[in-house]
Design a protein around this ligand. Structure first.
Ligand SMILES: Cc1cc2nc3c(=O)[nH]c(=O)nc-3n(C[C@H](O)[C@H](O)[C@H](O)COP(=O)(O)OP(=O)(O)OC[C@H]3O[C@@H](n4cnc5c(N)ncnc54)[C@H](O)[C@@H]3O)c2cc1C
Length: 277
């Protein structure tokens, strides 16, 4: 039998999640309810969190914190988060965006997870609370590596929020999702890039991919060839050549691994050059 329980505080939910292996958080429920409706989830306790901190956004200062229960629609309604609007708009259709949370997106199996790709390129940290203690900030990349080791969908405690440094220049942040069906299509792949520059040269650029590995990944080869260079034709060509380093795309109902490898350098080049799809 399935129970639903409401928790008034984040700490109550985190405590129950760590003590009861059959307890599962339900955030927007766009994935959890699919499992319930299709009979894959029939036992345990679904935990709802009503703590307002779960849906809080602090986006005005240099350090941004977004509660894990914040929906894609709420991101789109927040002008301080305009650089994340393309990523939020890439998630499903309007009905899904009204429910889907950024916390749930961190756990969504590839090729889902488009918003997480954007957070990875922003160098985000995930605040994880295990038990009744206080939360600890974990680099998103480590969190995703843990998720890959533990198997998709395996909870690693309650994620209460994500944090990152706001891009100084919002136009330095780029996001693109490639799908066969527009709008609302599932990702063939997605790319996010944060490209801060000083004196005409890129400084510690961060590039991330979705659907090019079992979990969203950093494009380290691309970052390496771009760092310290002006974003000119030569740098873009070098980035395209390094684009596939470390990728391990899957073949699924959306695209083959071959197709994903073929189109990634093309779309990366277009994104970096500011060209339309
Ligand atoms: C029709 C449809 C279209 C979709 N399109 C896209 C798309 O284009 N791109 C995309 O990326 N995704 C897409 N999704 C997948 C999904 O809607 C999103 O990934 C969404 O962000 C998941 O969030 P949620 O709050 O609904 O997760 P839920 O269903 O509530 O939870 C998903 C999993 O994450 C766990 N979880 C959720 N929040 C937390 C937390 N704070 N701490 C610990 N564990 C947590 C849950 O226990 C569960 O295991 C789509 C889904 C559907 C049904």
């Amino acid at each position: 039998m399935l129970d639903v329980r409401s928790c008034a505080t984040l700490s109550e939910a985190a405590g129950i999640l760590s003590g009861d292996r059959q307890a599962l958080l339900i955030a927007g429920g766009t994935l959890v309810m699919r499992d319930v409706n299709e009979g894959r989830l029939t036992e345990g306790t679904l935990l709802r969190v009503t703590d307002p901190a779960f849906r809080q956004v602090n986006a005005g200062g240099a350090r941004v914190e977004i509660g894990a229960g914040v929906t894609m629609a709420a991101v789109l309604a927040n002008r301080d988060l305009a650089y994340l609007h393309a990523a939020a708009r890439a998630i499903g259709g309007p009905a899904i965006r009204t429910m889907a949370t950024i916390g749930g997106n961190l756990f969504a199996e590839t090729p889902y997870g488009d918003f997480t790709v954007a957070l990875l390129a922003l160098g985000a940290e995930v605040v994880v609370q295990a038990g009744y203690g206080s939360g600890r900030a974990v680099p998103l990349e480590d969190f995703l590596a843990g998720r890959e080791r533990g198997g998709a969908g395996q909870a690693q405690g309650l994620v209460t929020a994500v944090q990152f440094t706001r891009p100084q220049n919002p136009s330095d942040f780029l996001f693109r999702k490639i799908s066969r069906v527009k709008p609302k299509g599932i990702s063939v792949l997605s790319i996010a890039a944060h490209l801060p520059a000083s004196g005409g040269r890129l400084v510690q650029p961060r590039v991330a991919y979705g659907a090019m590995a079992p979990v969203p990944m950093r494009a380290r080869g691309v970052e390496r060839v771009l760092d310290g260079k002006p974003l000119d034709q030569a740098a873009i060509q070098a980035a395209k050549q390094a684009a596939l380093e470390g990728t391990r795309p899957a073949t699924d109902a959306i695209a083959s691994d071959w197709y994903r490898r073929e189109i990634l350098p093309v779309h990366l080049g277009r994104l970096l050059a500011g060209e339309p799809r």
